[in-house]
Design a protein around this ligand. Structure first.
Ligand SMILES: Cc1cc2nc3c(=O)[nH]c(=O)nc-3n(C[C@H](O)[C@H](O)[C@H](O)COP(=O)(O)O)c2cc1C
Length: 371
């Protein structure tokens, strides 16, 4: 049994389509307010930034993804109709996939999708389960970011650990914003970034892969955003983040550490200043009761090590049902984290745009602009 599950959002809805080795990857946004100035030039830089240009730490499949906006934009402005955007897949190489067609890769979705779709799924390059599906998220994320900028909301994601290499000193917002895309691993600390790169290269040499943690910082979300109970802001952000392949954990603020703290240590005391209320600490990570507090929203996302590795692993041949072994060749990322950073920013922006449209905040700014 299967049901549709490729759309997210209530007012700003995003539907992703396309497979890794199919003709295109595409996205449809329904519910983008009319009157937003938009062209391919707003989307293309986000796509250009999706893959770090460092062949030693990413898969050899590096495509120049060129976005085409097919609908929903007229005379340079969104019309209020669905926006359809696509990129063509040009660099697909399916040659390595026929050999392992019946050998589900441990850690990948090959086995579960084979079971669910009865073998009809497009297995080439991971099909719908490929990291390439994040191209759709990045395109929609670019539109969402443009909407959020109307309200000065800023979303910054960066790598905070890879394997055992951790970003020790917390960087300021300014440092993070300036430095995170200055290196291939997307870490705001240059010397730490060097160590992370070395760790990835070492893992790849051993036929292995590494995981890591991405941190995301969301600035200037006003208090009051989020729709409890089931559409709380943290709940919807977590749902969107878990749609990124390889995400295995999401925590907000002090996260799993809250379990060790006393209430007096964990609670964020309030303070008033010039008619505004803020908190003295931010263990809540900017959300209380599913509603934004007005403090920065902080989340950490755990990414697992890439499943496709050259090291020999055990599997089962689906044609014969006999035990078998697999060593995955082809073009794979030895670490997913650097490429997942733009995907994290995108789904966070999509979720926030949806919620801020639900509260009416973004429409009000756009209406004012066109008065
Ligand atoms: C940007 C990105 C790139 C990825 N690249 C690869 C890859 O090269 N090889 C691979 O086996 N998995 C890769 N993955 C991870 C798989 O898509 C993912 O592990 C798989 O679909 C199973 O889903 P799950 O890990 O969420 O359970 C990538 C994921 C992302 C987000």
């Amino acid at each position: 049994m299967w049901l549709a599950g490729n759309s997210i959002g209530k007012e700003f809805t995003v539907t992703s389509f396309g497979e890794s080795h199919g003709k295109i990857i595409g996205v449809i946004i329904d519910g983008c307010p009319a009157g937003l100035q938009l062209s391919e030039a707003d989307i293309q830089p986000e796509l250009d930034n999706r893959i770090p240009r460092q062949p030693k730490i990413v898969s050899a499949r590096i495509e120049k993804d060129i976005v085409k906006i097919l609908s929903g934009v007229f005379n340079g402005f969104t019309t209020g109709a669905p926006i359809c955007m696509i990129v063509e897949n040009k660099e697909a190489d399916s040659s390595e996939y026929d050999a392992i067609r019946n050998l589900p890769r441990p850690g990948h979705a090959d086995y579960t999708s084979w079971k669910k779709y009865g073998g009809f799924g497009d297995f080439r390059g991971g099909g719908r389960f490929s990291g390439r599906a994040t191209v759709a998220l990045v395109m929609a994320g670019a539109v969402a970011k443009k909407l959020l900028r109307k309200y000065d909301v800023d979303v910054l994601a960066y790598t905070s650990s890879i394997g055992k290499v951790k970003l020790e000193r917390q960087k300021t917002y300014e440092e993070t914003n300036k430095n995170r895309f200055e290196n291939a691993v997307r870490c705001p600390d240059t010397s730490c970034a060097g160590e992370m790169e070395t760790a990835i290269i070492e893992a790849r040499k051993q036929g292995d892969s590494l995981g890591g943690i991405i941190e995301v910082l969301i600035m200037n979300v006003p208090p009051g955003v989020g729709e409890p109970l089931f559409d709380g802001l943290d709940a919807d952000l977590a749902k969107a983040l878990f749609a990124i392949p390889a995400v295995k954990g999401v925590e907000f603020g002090a996260g799993f550490k809250v379990a060790e703290l006393k209430g007096s240590e964990n609670n964020d005391d309030f303070r008033g200043h010039e008619g505004e209320i803020s908190t003295l600490s931010n263990n809540a990570g900017g959300v209380l009761g599913g509603i934004s507090t007005g403090m920065p929203i902080i989340a950490r996302i755990a990414i697992k090590p890439t499943p496709s590795i050259a090291k020999k692993q055990r599997t089962v041949n689906l044609a014969t049902m006999e035990d078998a072994s697999i060593s995955v060749k082809g073009r794979h990322d030895p670490c997913i984290v650097p490429k997942a950073v733009p995907a994290v920013e995108s789904v966070v922006a999509i979720t926030l745009a949806d919620h801020m449209i639900r509260t009416g905040l973004i429409q009000r700014v756009l209406e004012k602009e066109h008065e």
